[in-house]
Design a protein around this ligand. Structure first.
Ligand code: PGA
Length: 254
């Protein structure tokens, strides 16, 4: 019998701290989260690279997983400023965000570069959280489906059957950090498109691939987004920096 999605999928709530935090603020935040959380879901925090060691220490013996916000496509060598998957693995990193729209926009990351980063992460047993999403102009032009499918297709093409090991995050660019959330129906419609594409690529494994929603998810809208049949969790920016808000989102994911 093919496993149903309900049987296989615990939700995943991942915080993306972006370039925020300090040693003292991180300690306060992580201690409050660990004290307050009784997660019925998987939880990860994707911290800035300099804080991986600190976060690893604070999260030791907890159920929270450690995540990075990027990973180099290269295994080692003359790539100033980059961190390899092996280095992240040294610090116990479980997840690495790849292809976040801020990296596509400010660092010119192409679909091919994102696919290579996903492959680098997978080669070290790190789960890439592959971000896809359309800009407002692309949505207005009716190109949402075409854009997200193209972005995901590049990752599928390079990673073949390993695709069942990735996490996908649908993050409409116009909803990130803007307070404008996709409606649950808008998000679900795109998630269903991505699910069908994954099904085509990974057949029986597609149901187990988590597709997160990201873009102004917060304590008040999380529950109805997470209720959608193809939304398996959230990638949360701003609201992951405030313990009470992030805890409410975690509580909504069951
Ligand atoms: P936001 O960011 O929750 O602040 O909109 C989400 C993200 O960029 O991952």
């Amino acid at each position: 019998m093919e496993a149903t999605r309900e049987m296989t999928n615990r939700k995943l709530i991942a915080g993306n701290w972006k370039m925020n935090g300090s040693l003292s603020a991180n300690e306060v935040l992580l201690k409050a989260l660990l004290q307050g959380a009784q997660p019925a879901c998987d939880v990860a925090v994707c911290v800035p690279a300099p804080y991986l060691a600190q976060a690893r220490g604070l999260l030791a013996d907890s159920s929270f997983a450690l995540g990075a916000q990027d990973v180099s496509a290269h295994p080692q060598g003359a790539f100033t400023g980059e961190q390899s998957a092996a280095m992240l693995q040294d610090f116990g990193v479980r997840y690495a965000i790849v292809g976040h729209s801020e990296r596509r926009q400010y660092h010119g990351e192409t679909d091919d570069a994102v696919a290579a980063k996903a492959a680098a992460a997978l080669s070290k047993g790190i789960t890439p959280i592959v971000c896809v999403g359309e800009t407002l102009a692309e949505r207005d032009a009716g190109r949402t489906e075409e854009v997200v499918k193209r972005q995901l297709a590049a990752v599928i093409h390079v990673n073949g059957h390993c695709i069942s090991e990735i996490v996908v995050a649908y993050e409409p660019v116009w909803a990130i950090g803007t307070g404008k959330t996709a409606t649950p129906e808008q998000a679900q419609a795109v998630h269903a498109v991505l699910r069908a594409q994954l099904h085509h690529a990974a057949s029986q494994h597609a149901a187990g691939i988590k597709i997160l929603y990201g873009g102004s998810m917060n304590a008040s809208n999380a529950a109805e987004l997470l209720f959608q049949p193809d939304i398996d969790g959230g990638l949360i920016g701003g609201a992951s920096l405030k313990a009470p808000d992030f805890l409410q989102i975690i509580a909504a994911a069951r």
